[in-house]
Ligand binder design. Sequence first.
Ligand code: PLP
Length: 453
Amino acid sequence: MTYQNYSLKQLQAIDARHHLHPFTDHKELRDAGSRMIVRADGPYVYDSEGNQLLDGMAGLWCVAVGYGRKELAEVAYDQMLELPYYNSFFKCSTPTPVLLAQKLAELAPKSVNQVFFGSSGSESNDTALRLVRHFWALEGKPEKNIVISRRDAYHGSTVAGVSLGGMKHMHGQLGGAIPNIVHVMPPYAFELAEPGESDEAFGLRAAKAVEDAIIEAGPENVAAFIGEPVMGAGGVKIPPKIYWTEIQRICRKHDVLLMLDEVITGYGRTGEWFAAQTYGIEPDTITTAKALTSGYLPLSALLVGDRIAATLVDKGGEFYHGYTYSGHPVACAVGLKNLEIIEREGLVGRVRDDTGPYFEQQLKERISGHPLVGETRAIGLMGAIEIVRDKATRERFKPAGSAAVVIRDHAIANGLMLRATGDTMILSPPLIWTRETIDLACDRILKALDLAL
Ligand code: PLP
């Protein structure tokens, strides 16, 4: 690799001069310089200075099977030699997306059997938005095109992704969102539950906000509701159990489609293949990406329910939509092999029955009592630590997020990659983490918290 001919300082200077990063304050980056991650193995990544870091974020919610999987590299190599690229347009297909689509239909909830491929979660949500509006147009109801989403939701960075998402700072830079998208309250009990309100009562109230929005817009104008089963980038906001069954009931009552964004939760993170199964619901669309290939190559899959697929096929006409890389043969070969590894190693069941419950218990027993922690919560291998200035009143630090970034930096300096989003520390490790890895992560989190006191 040619990067080895460069010093860290040289790479940082080139980085600052030529490379625009996602979600980055470039002036700040220019002063501080990037940390260069140069290799990885199992649950660890290594920087250019030889520091070993336990990766508490699986890259960016991606690397389910961990790093350094030769099988994934080999299958990509073989596929590149055999057929590196061909499109799935104009009545062509290639074998790997066909077989991957079949596999996804087998794993998904039973009413979800068709797959549309893309390269990223954002693209896949674009497809989903266009598809649900197209569905209602084919059904002769083009006016049914409002989509209801939640504040703090993250659905990607394209214009459709940001418009569907509910992040104020992102809308602030959009210069105008796609019309007919309405945002309601998120199911975030830590900040939004009333004193003394039970989990169930709060879940029902948060779901009712969706029904109120449907009624206000008029059900005849509402195409769909979209949500992440567990809001990820917004701070691992885990809804009360009743929330999703109630949302499903409301959607069915008003004939509103249910769209799940499982870009983070798909492929085992919550202890089932899909969080739809964790919450026992049957959505009309499921957006997935990230852990589909464990991030080894870019690939997304929009899983489409039978009702939409039947209309799309039976009512005919061309759906003018698709990407050059839809069903990329190499990415799909890696996806198939990645799912085979997850299955062979029983990672989904292990998260459900062992590491997931252990992770939640350890966060509660070891971390939640710390003076800077207002609450810990987890589902499967997805967790959050709420940072507060005052444990009793839950008063936050000012400015918002200032303490969380200090804790994050201490964690990284002590060998753990974790992320701060607002006042919440979030964790989303590779699914290969064991009880021992969880113990090690908790040691490092405690150290970081103590250093921030
Ligand atoms: N949806 C959710 C829930 C996400 O968390 C993300 C990315 O983190 C996206 C969509 C966008 O995916 P991508 O960054 O691959 O476009």
